[in-house]
Every structure is written in C-alpha cells, then in structure tokens.
Design a protein around this ligand. Sequence first.
Ligand code: FMN
Length: 191
Amino acid sequence: MKVYEAICKRRTIRRFSQEPVPKEILEKLIKAARLAPSAANLQPCEYVVVDEPGLIEQVFKTLRWAGYIVPRGDPPEGERPVAYIVVLLNKEKVKAGGERDAAASIGNIVLAALEEGIGSCWLGSIERETLRGILNIPNRCDIDSVVALGYPKESPVVEEMKDSIKYWKDDKNILHVPKRRLQDILHWNKY
Ligand SMILES: Cc1cc2nc3c(=O)[nH]c(=O)nc-3n(C[C@H](O)[C@H](O)[C@H](O)COP(=O)(O)O)c2cc1C
C-alpha cells in the first residue's frame, strides 16, 4: 500500500474482531515507532505492549471512548480491542515536552498497523494512575497515550465538514467523521 493511500484510508476504529494480532506484527509496530522523528533525537518514548486477555480487560476499563457519542461509540462486548500499545515518555530522557515525539511515533504505529490490515484507536482519555498501577509503570515515565488495536469490524466514512466537527453515527451504526474543507485550512504563501 502506498503511504498516501494509507493516510487517506486510515480511520479510527472502535469495534474489532476477536482474532488475535500476531506478536511479530505488534513488534513490527514498535519498530515503526522507534524510527519516528524525534526532537534533538532524544527518543524519550518507551512502549508497553499488552496482549494478555486478563490485562486487556483491565486496560479497557481505564479508557474513555468516542466522547461525542457516549455510549454509542463504546466498543461493545465481543468487539473490544485485542491488544494495546501504551506510549510512555521517560522523563529521565526528556525534561519538558516529548508529546510531539510521542505523536510522531503514534503516527507511524497507526499507519504501519493499517498496512497490516489492523485497525487502531489513539486514546488520550485515560485513567492514568489506575493504568500505571495495572501495568507497573514506574514514576519516571508519564503515560502519554494508549493505542488500541485489532482487526476492524467497522468501516467509518469521512465526509466534508458542514457545520460541526462532531463525528456521528447513522441509523445503520456507521460512524461519519467530518473533516474541515481544504479551502478553509490551506493558505498559499500568506495567511
Ligand atoms: C491526541 C488524540 C487523543 C484522542 N483520544 C481519544 C480518546 O480518548 N477516545 C477515543 O475514542 N478517541 C480518541 N481519539 C480519536 C479521535 O476521536 C479521532 O482521531 C477523530 O475523531 C478523527 O477521526 P479519524 O481518526 O477517523 O480521522 C484521539 C485522537 C487523538 C489524535
């Protein structure tokens, strides 16, 4: 798959088949994250990959899904993620910031996942201290984000934004994702 095609195709997925994601693929996603751009090349990100059934259930409970359409956007039982990547910022490697590095690495993760046929949801709404306890994350690391993963069981559609940025579900349970129009965000040469 070409990179631009992958960028256009990628949508946040919140409903997943229960087929496990092979460990080699999960490791490949971290290899993709590892090669992302990094300010001053500090590379402050570390990753916890969670794929044990007992743990994924506990991680799920620390996450909040699709805030605009609660509870319709929550992954229903039987369609929940089968793996997570918890993206950490090691504060011994970066004093302030580091969030941009995490974002760049997550960009690589979600696109590399898509190429493997795996859907993803980038989550920032996390009960961080509960998750820290569940996964034994040391205090030197901040929890930046969680990426939920699995083979997709939904096909959201992108649409041109009209009057609201809020994603919504139609009566067939299809998620619609409005994106701002190019002419509203693109400025050639001067604003
Ligand atoms: C920094 C960041 C945090 C996000 N946090 C959440 C979250 O906590 N829960 C959730 O369901 N989706 C979350 N999302 C996914 C967004 O809702 C999603 O990207 C947006 O609706 C656009 O849809 P798209 O990814 O299909 O283009 C987050 C995305 C980003 C970039």
